[in-house]
Write a protein that binds this ligand. Structure first.
Ligand SMILES: Cc1cc2nc3c(=O)[nH]c(=O)nc-3n(C[C@H](O)[C@H](O)[C@H](O)COP(=O)(O)OP(=O)(O)OC[C@H]3O[C@@H](n4cnc5c(N)ncnc54)[C@H](O)[C@@H]3O)c2cc1C
Length: 377
């Protein structure tokens, strides 16, 4: 009997896991990859859509293009997970697994920030970024707030990038002098594990007259008064709000009994949950690394290597290392990089690489190599 691997979620984690298994084992295993959507979109593509650098159609990578030996993609919504029995129910039927990998990512909890849905906008979903893409051309005067509504949130440098790219966007339209940009974030610095990266970002904010409001999150929006209320009760008037919504695991995860404090605890070395044969990787797991694609991918690689070793009888992989690199857009086409190490020391550390042409090319390669590897495009 072939090992039945069921992977829930075809994002960074699920796609990498399915790809590695297929490359190493072909149809020696039966990988079922399930996602409710019909396409994958890189997180950073949402910034491209918001600022009109791309369209929602152009950034979609359709799952129907996945053609990998041993991998079957099913467009279905997961409605229940029984981790004890390793059984999954979807709107298309039930699936039994020998190995179950939960890679369902993090969802957005729009209702957790009163007023956000009615009076604000967000750029963390494709729909939200598209809507902002339609609104931005008519924003020519007043204050824009890039505001984070809660931590943890995906890709901690992304809101800094949004503030800098907004500066570029308004400058290109010749309206920057009539606009203010404020940036509210619940951290003391833009990228806490890397003081160097934070210094570079703070310098860029100062250079471009972007107000930095640290250690605060936006707790509600008052649409009638056009005011953002922060978690200390202070108020900031705005004309356009560009929000990062609060995150939470997809409902089916807490309903399965696997979550503790909202996300799924795992052994940080192996990504195993407390249920035998059940793993969790990426944004849905609690492991001590940020919610970012590179970390989801790294964790998935460890699980895949362990699975491959199990089938082939080889040596088990080393522990997950918690290392990751994120590219950061500084505006004006400049791209820097932060390399972070979350697990090897007593506290996370990071190093910074100044923006350069090499990093612009590296970021492009980051996307194109994964597009080719996962989708054959
Ligand atoms: C603006 C922005 C910029 C970003 N920039 C970067 C970056 O530069 N580098 C980087 O590394 N990361 C970046 N990220 C973060 C990155 O996108 C995520 O951290 C990453 O996608 C997490 O991977 P994952 O596999 O855990 O989850 P995801 O990629 O979110 O995949 C989870 C999948 O599960 C599916 N799903 C959820 N619930 C169900 C259900 N009930 N049934 C079926 N399917 C379901 C979803 O449809 C989704 O496809 C960015 C994010 C944003 C929003």
């Amino acid at each position: 009997m072939k090992t039945r691997v069921v992977v829930l979620g075809a994002g960074f984690g699920g796609l990498e896991l399915a790809t590695m298994c297929s490359e190493a084992l072909g149809d020696e295993v039966e990988v079922t990859l399930i996602d409710k959507n019909d396409a994958f979109v890189f997180g950073y593509s949402k910034l491209d859509v918001m600022f009109g650098r791309s369209t929602p159609e152009a950034v979609r990578l359709a799952y129907r293009d996945i053609a990998k030996p041993g991998v079957r993609f099913l467009r279905q919504t997961v409605t229940a997970i029984d981790p004890q029995a390793r059984r999954v129910s979807t709107d298309g039927g039930d699936h039994e697994a020998d190995v179950l990998v939960v890679a369902l990512g993090a969802d957005y909890d729009f209702g957790a920030t009163p007023g956000l849905a009615e009076a604000g906008n967000e750029f963390y979903s494709v729909a939200g970024a598209s809507r902002l893409g339609e609104l931005l051309p008519s924003f020519s005067r007043g204050r824009a707030i890039v505001g984070v509504c809660g931590a943890p949130f995906k890709c901690p440098p992304a809101p800094s990038e949004a503030a800098l790219l907004l500066h570029d966007y308004l400058s290109a339209r010749g309206v920057r002098a009539d606009c203010e940009i404020s940036f509210v974030i619940p951290f003391g610095t833009p990228v806490p594990p890397s003081p160097e990266t934070s210094r570079a970002l703070l310098a860029a904010f100062a250079e471009h007259d972007i107000e930095f409001v640290p250690n605060r999150r936006v707790s509600s929006l008052d649409g009638a008064r056009h005011v953002a209320v922060l978690d200390d009760g202070s108020e900031m008037p705005y004309d356009l709000f560009l929000g990062v919504p609060k995150h939470r695991a997809p409902d089916v995860v807490p309903e399965s009994g696997m979550a503790v404090d909202g996300y799924v605890p795992v052994d940080p070395k192996t990504l195993q949950t407390r249920f035998p044969g059940v793993y969790a990787v990426g944004d849905v797991a609690t492991i001590g690394v940020p919610k970012a694609g590179v970390f989801a991918e790294g964790a998935a690689r460890v699980v895949a290597a362990s699975l491959i070793a199990g089938v082939r009888g080889g040596k088990q992989p080393g522990a997950y290392d918690g290392l990751g690199s994120c590219y950061i857009e500084f505006g004006a086409g400049r791209v820097g990089r932060v390399d972070v190490d979350f697990l090897s020391g007593p506290k996370p550390t990071g190093t910074f690489q100044e923006p350069s042409e090499t990093l612009v090319a590296e970021k492009r390669h980051f996307g194109s190599s994964r597009r080719a590897r996962w989708f054959g495009r």
